[in-house]
Design a protein around this ligand. Structure first.
Ligand SMILES: C[S@@+](CC[C@H](N)C(=O)[O-])C[C@H]1O[C@@H](n2cnc3c(N)ncnc32)[C@H](O)[C@@H]1O
Length: 287
């Protein structure tokens, strides 16, 4: 629907909804995001038969079942993702991190967490990287790895869990030979393919808000938390980095997105920034 056909959004209404969204998701929307809020929440107004953004806010306050709240969260989160995003993290995982972690933890199942996994491309790229490494190196057994993938968005998780992607989403970042090896083309004539069970079975999906406690998840050897901290305030980033450090095993490894950094936050003293000789960076917990 064109934004011009949606009700206008006043600064006061923006502020009320901005605070509500920040409380629920920690996503910090600056005033430059007024257009984004108007366009993303406008269709909910129409669907609910509301005539203003203030009415939406009032209804959200009374939303005991949380259905409207979920709709707002779904509308405001950005689920943009693609296969092997930025490439370096997946090469570093195969060539540098997995050999090192296997040496340090020879008798443990290696636990990897994709925290903010969106529609599944990140955790499946991790699983495929492990399977590809296992083809080259017989000492690597994919059964010795488990991947937990979490996100706040139920809709994104539903897509991830099905592992079925339309052609456009499938080809973003995907090499043709990887597509052939790990996906089955749909036989119903639809322009889509589904991830093979050997990849799917390596990943467990779970809904999780990053502002909640991580203690029930246990400890991980490797965490990917990529392209989500860009949406958070500096205060929450600091808190999140410290919580993620607490969820890592000694010498555990942490990957951020290419445009994200921990430098300048008080959490950076918990980690060593490692620069890969072939490009890309990651963080290792100082234990
Ligand atoms: C841009 S995607 C990044 C996906 C993937 N990590 C990547 O790098 O391609 C950001 C994801 O963060 C999720 N997200 C936003 N706020 C969150 C929160 N408070 N808790 C958990 N996930 C959140 C969104 O639903 C979205 O799927």
């Amino acid at each position: 629907m064109p934004v011009s056909q949606l009700p206008t959004l006043s600064k006061e209404e923006f502020k009320l909804l901005q605070e509500f969204i920040q409380k629920e998701t920690k996503i910090a929307l600056g005033e430059e995001k007024m257009y984004l809020m108007r366009s993303r929440l406008g269709p909910i107004l129409k669907k609910e038969g509301l005539s203003s953004y203030r009415e939406l806010y009032e209804k959200l306050k009374k939303d005991r079942l949380g259905k409207l709240k979920s709709e707002v969260v779904e509308a405001i989160t950005t689920n943009e993702t693609f296969w092997f995003r930025d490439e370096h993290p997946f090469r570093i995982l195969r060539e540098e991190v997995i050999p090192d972690i296997l040496q340090r933890y020879p008798n443990e199942k290696i636990r990897i967490w994709s925290a903010a996994c969106s529609t599944g491309q990140e955790p499946y790229s991790i699983a495929i990287s492990i399977l590809e490494e296992a083809r080259r190196n017989p000492k690597i057994n994919p059964k010795n790895f488990e991947i937990l993938a979490t996100d706040i968005s139920r809709e994104a998780l539903n897509i991830a869990q099905k592992g079925k992607y339309q052609w456009l989403a499938l080809t973003r970042g995907m090499k043709p030979e990887i597509l052939d090896r790990y996906f089955i083309k749909d036989s119903d004539g639809a322009d889509a393919a589904t991830i093979k069970p050997e990849v799917r079975s390596m990943v467990t999906f779970k809904q999780l808000n990053l502002q909640d406690s991580f203690t029930s998840l246990g400890k991980f050897h490797i965490i990917f938390c990529r392209n989500v901290t860009i949406y958070f305030s500096k205060e929450f980033k600091e808190e999140l980095f410290k919580k993620l450090a607490g969820a890592l095993k000694p010498h555990g490894v942490f990957f951020l997105g290419a445009s994200e950094t921990m430098i300048g936050t008080s959490a950076s003293k918990l980690f060593k920034l490692v620069r890969s000789p072939k490009g890309g960076t990651y963080y290792r917990l100082i234990s």
